[in-house]
Design a protein around this ligand. Structure first.
Ligand SMILES: *Cc1c(COP(=O)(O)O)cnc(C)c1O
Length: 346
């Protein structure tokens, strides 16, 4: 499949002949979730956005933001990031031959995302502060310097990200509700824009982590905290738009606890065979906690790949089974004890 600009150019602000910086993002798998469906009593589908080229949905928006920056003659791009925007911006900057800089909260981004940003050659600035401070600072910086800002305050990001809604509507003729994790609130805004453009109107069910739930409380959170680092945001840039999308779709924005996020994270991996990152699991955690609310068919957006954050996985998964290189010991290790199911009866 071509990337989202080529696939949906008629609905995006790009003319034929405009430069396109693409890694053939989008066209991600939509898989039925049999186990979750049984638990909630609705037909549940998972949109695997971790299958995008850098492992998150941010690529859909980044192809548009970086293509537009190149069209405008930019030579450098910058973003504040909880990790995935940094990884994506770094990759697309590398591909376009632009200088990339990313500002991340020091010590608060997952290992895989940091590795990506560094490998793609971006200048990675570790801010002794949180995401909200980082975003305020990059906005001020781009007012002073001709550097393109590629956070989701950039309208091209939302244009690209709305294409996920097109894909859902193309694959599922009817969709009653969409569950999506909410951080800076760009993605829920983009989905609603996309659905409206194709005259679809599923209920948007947005989920924030309890310790970072400004939209639920109706006030910014000064010190957001959650295991789901991608949505550790206390003052979403797309606040109003997200509330509008929620109201217009008769949806909800609600909170889920870190325990619920981690339980859904493990359940998706162990029962559905889908390894997403913790923030992504907030969508399914929310569906499990609050139920489908009468929806018959529901899609949950799994925003990023589980390999982004190997440390959280190792902290919350089972242990490995140590073994000496002897057949009896291997037999015991494979068939007996923990991890490998019940032993054969004697
Ligand atoms: C960016 C991100 C989110 C949140 O998206 P917003 O547009 O900031 O609301 C959720 N999950 C993952 C994995 C992300 O990278």
């Amino acid at each position: 499949m071509p990337g989202v600009v080529e696939r949906y150019r008629d609905r995006l602000p790009f003319a034929p002949g405009d430069p396109v910086v693409s890694l053939n993002e989008g066209s991600t798998p939509l898989v039925h979730a049999a186990h979750v469906s049984g638990l909630v009593g609705a037909e549940v589908w998972l949109k695997l956005e971790g299958a995008n080229p850098t492992g998150s949905f941010k690529d859909r928006g980044m192809t548009c933001a970086v293509s537009a920056a190149v069209r405008e003659g930019a030579t450098a791009i910058i973003c504040a990031s909880t990790g995935n925007t940094a990884a994506s911006a770094a990759a697309y900057a590398a591909r376009a031959g632009l200088t990339g800089a990313v500002i991340v909260p020091a010590g608060k981004i997952a290992t895989g995302k940091l590795a990506q940003a560094l490998m793609h050659g971006a200048r990675v600035i570790a801010l002794r502060g949180n995401f909200d401070q980082a975003l305020t600072l990059v906005r001020a910086l781009t007012d002073r310097h001709p550097i393109a800002l590629v956070n989701s305050v950039n309208a091209f990001r939302l244009e690209g990200q709305k294409t996920a809604a097109f894909e859902l509507v193309e694959e599922l003729s009817e969709l009653d509700a969409l569950c999506v994790p909410v951080g800076n609130a760009g993605n829920i805004t983009a989905y609603w824009k996309g659905f409206r453009e194709v005259r679809a109107a599923p209920r948007l069910l947005g989920f924030q982590a309890e310790g970072a739930a400004p939209l639920v409380h109706g006030a910014p959170v000064a010190h957001p905290e959650t295991v789901a680092s991608a949505i550790r945001i206390g003052n979403p840039a797309r606040w109003e738009e997200a509330m509008e999308a929620m109201t217009a779709s008769r949806g909800e924005i609600r909170a889920v606890s870190d325990e619920e996020i981690l339980a859904a994270y493990r359940l998706l991996a162990s029962r559905e065979g889908v390894f997403c990152e913790p923030a992504s699991a907030a969508s399914v955690a929310g569906l499990l906690r609050y139920g489908p609310g009468g929806a018959r068919r529901v899609a949950c957006v799994l925003t990023g790949h589980g390999l982004k954050d190997p440390q959280t996985a190792l902290d919350h998964a089972g242990a490995v089974v140590p073994c000496v290189p002897e057949l009896d010991a291997v037999e015991e290790a494979v068939l007996g004890g923990t991890g490998a199911g019940p032993p054969e009866p004697a």
